[in-house]
Ligand binder design. Structure first.
Ligand SMILES: NC(=O)c1ccc[n+]([C@@H]2O[C@H](COP(=O)([O-])OP(=O)(O)OC[C@H]3O[C@@H](n4cnc5c(N)ncnc54)[C@H](O)[C@@H]3O)[C@@H](O)[C@H]2O)c1
Length: 315
């Protein structure tokens, strides 16, 4: 298949591009490198458009002939959106609309990344898709716009679409060392540099950490089978790991105690996040459920030796 991956130079995108290539697909990427890296795609046989999805002409060129679009381009991070909500809205909400317009012209299948953050302050756990949404940050609101537009194009234009709600994805090629980095790369990077782990809050916040190979497996399967859904689908397998659990796992893997630097809670962060994966399993009965220890080990290995081509843990 000819597939366009928006945001393909980012963490999840660059893992996904490798999966599509190994499946024999032809891949185009559009990425403005605002948070991604061209190096993530070095040596891969793809058509790479370095441009914003907000650039209509560049996007049309990248989407030409695409049978499917996986829409991952976005400005991630809750704190980034609290600092600059307009930038997050432009990339995430307006950007999604642009991508859907390109898909409508090509009659392409579309799957896109929304986020578990849309559940926000809804107290019920685990999260099932029928719960209401209550965004707590501009990022979450922009992701609610993303998934809403994807659903609306499904019904208004009979475009085959499937919005996913990603939970906390981790794995090889996730960027560390920047102010908006996610917690797992931040902790691994600090541990390997021998500096204290920066811990916001009391460490009892919990997350449904999902290994990137599970996410790319599901996305590729969705594209190849053109799976559509009239509701957003949680893409996580129901893990419930606190940040203190994460630190303990890292201490076991690295065989030493890891000092922690305590910081205050972050504005807009949810306390607990866990998926109820019933709908995911219904649509993707063979979804690979990779244990946290396995995924974390592969991630630490990659941080210790980033040049190694990471081995996929699932076929
Ligand atoms: N990683 C997670 O835990 C997580 C959780 C929930 C949702 N998501 C969503 O999954 C998607 C991928 O996330 P990621 O972790 O790989 O992040 P990432 O920042 O590594 O990748 C996003 C990519 O999009 C690109 N991009 C941003 N704005 C763009 C624009 N206007 N035009 C073109 N490219 C643009 C960036 O340069 C980057 O390469 C995002 O939509 C994100 O919101 C991720």
């Amino acid at each position: 298949m000819r597939i366009l991956v928006t945001g393909g130079a980012g963490f999840i995108g660059s893992n996904l591009v490798r999966r599509f290539l190994s499946d024999g697909d032809s891949v185009a990427v559009i990425d403005d490198l605002s948070t991604g890296f061209a190096d993530n795609l070095t040596g891969l046989d793809i058509d790479f458009f370095v441009a914003s999805i907000l650039d209509e002409n560049a996007l049309a060129g990248a989407a030409a002939g695409a049978e499917a679009i996986v829409h991952l381009a976005a400005l991630g991070s809750v704190p980034r959106s609290v600092e600059n909500p307009v930038a997050s809205h432009s990339a995430n909400a307006t950007g999604t609309l642009m991508v859907l317009e390109a898909a409508r012209r090509e009659r392409a299948y579309v799957t896109a990344a929304s986020s578990s953050s849309v559940y926000g302050s809804v107290p019920d756990l685990p999260r099932v898709e029928s719960l209401p949404t209550r965004p707590m940050s501009p990022y979450a609101a922009s992701k609610l716009a993303t998934e809403s537009y994807v659903l609306a194009y499904g019904t208004s234009y009979d475009l085959p679409t499937l919005p996913f709600r990603f939970f906390n994805v981790y794995g090889q090629r996730q960027a560390a060392g920047h102010v908006y980095a996610a917690v797992i790369p931040t902790f691994i990077d600090a541990a390997l540099r021998g500096v204290p782990l920066p811990l916001n809050g009391d460490g009892l916040q919990s997350r449904d950490f999902t290994f990137v190979d599970t996410v790319t497996w599901v996305l590729a399967d969705a594209v190849h089978r053109r799976v559509r859904s009239s509701v957003p689908v949680n893409l996580a397998i129901g893990a419930n790991v606190t940040l203190l659990d994460l630190i303990a796992e890292l201490e076991q893997l690295l065989c030493r105690e890891l000092p922690v630097e305590h910081r205050s809670d972050r504005v807009g962060d949810v306390r607990a996040s866990q998926s109820n994966p019933v709908l995911l399993r219904e649509l993707f009965p063979d979804v690979p459920e990779i244990p946290f220890r396995t995924g974390l080990t592969a991630t630490v290995d990659w941080f210790q030796n980033p040049q190694s081509s990471s081995q996929a843990t699932v076929d």
